[in-house]
Design a protein around this ligand. Sequence first.
Ligand SMILES: *Cc1c(COP(=O)(O)O)cnc(C)c1O
Length: 375
Amino acid sequence: MEQKRIYLSSPTMHGEELSYINEAFDTNWVAPLGPNVNEFEKELCSYVGGGYAAALASGTAAIHLALILAGVGRDDIVFGTSMTFSATVNPIVYVGGHPVFIDSEEDTWNMDPEALKKAFAKYPDVKAVIAANLYGTPAKLDEIRDICKEHGVPFIEDAAESLGSRYKGIQTGNFGDYGIFSFNGNKIITTSGGGMLFCRDEEPIKKARFYATQAREPERHYEHKEIGYNYRMSNVVAGIGRGQLKHLDEHVSLKRDIYRTFKEAFSDIPEIKMNPYLECSEPNFWLSCMTIDEDCSVKPLDVMLALEKENIETRPIWKPMHMQPVYKGTDMILSGDECVCERIFKTGLCLPSDIKNTPEDMERIISIIRKLFHA
Ligand SMILES: *Cc1c(COP(=O)(O)O)cnc(C)c1O
């Protein structure tokens, strides 16, 4: 008989989601917008600590609108993290801009502030900076924010993977001029698909809601002075989000347990290191990752294949954008001689981090990996 499938990170529903959906159906508020959307926005803001938010169809849509609000247009340069999911940087191209990629540092795997400084020196006319908190680990957010402030350039914080993470006690998403969240299928909470644009000020969020509903002017007829988008979240989807948000802290706590269990289990294998984070941060541990020392005979692919054979899902580290065929020829800024993110990509992998994993599941994963290392 085939072994039980263990997932990387699959949706975890709790039942409350359905009550909000039922309410939407009972009141026939199935149409776009409605009370769940307004409440989901408010509840998310209260979770991350004030501010304003626009519920959207996806995290990608939130990044696209953040770039428009930041005034990025044709032929503008935008700095973006190289090692991230493509959705962090693709919207730069949607608005006709040109990305310049920035390397990662070792301490959090996120945008290297030293490389960012070098990028500013090389491209003083840059229009915006977008940096992600990879796998839920906060970047060096104060430093990145300060460098952007010093140059008067808006910072977009891609917190798609880091909802529930804290940096110096403050929720991620708060550090940029704009913060973005995602509720895609495998994120820490999910609405099946959706996103949120977050800002400390209300005006940009009002503008985002306007762009997200086809840029319709307040007239009786349909009057348009600008190009709009159909990017709003539906009232049914927002109902799932309201139910999920109630369980976010519980999800974070279970993810943290998974990370600690892996860390403890591999602590006697010197070639294995878990993904690092800063002392001053509390990641949500969305995905637990590890790297294997380069000179070790066991390679990340060996681990992935051994687990795959046992019906256990893993994933390589995000392949950096400067290595992607679609971004061939795009400039890449390093702080020193070595490309740090290329090394992390080659030596790392994402471990199964599903919060429905049982202690027995964790034991199964760990023993397969330990065996490879003869531990
Ligand atoms: C998931 C993700 C996004 C995009 O969010 P969607 O809701 O899937 O559009 C953007 N950036 C990062 C880093 C992500 O992981």
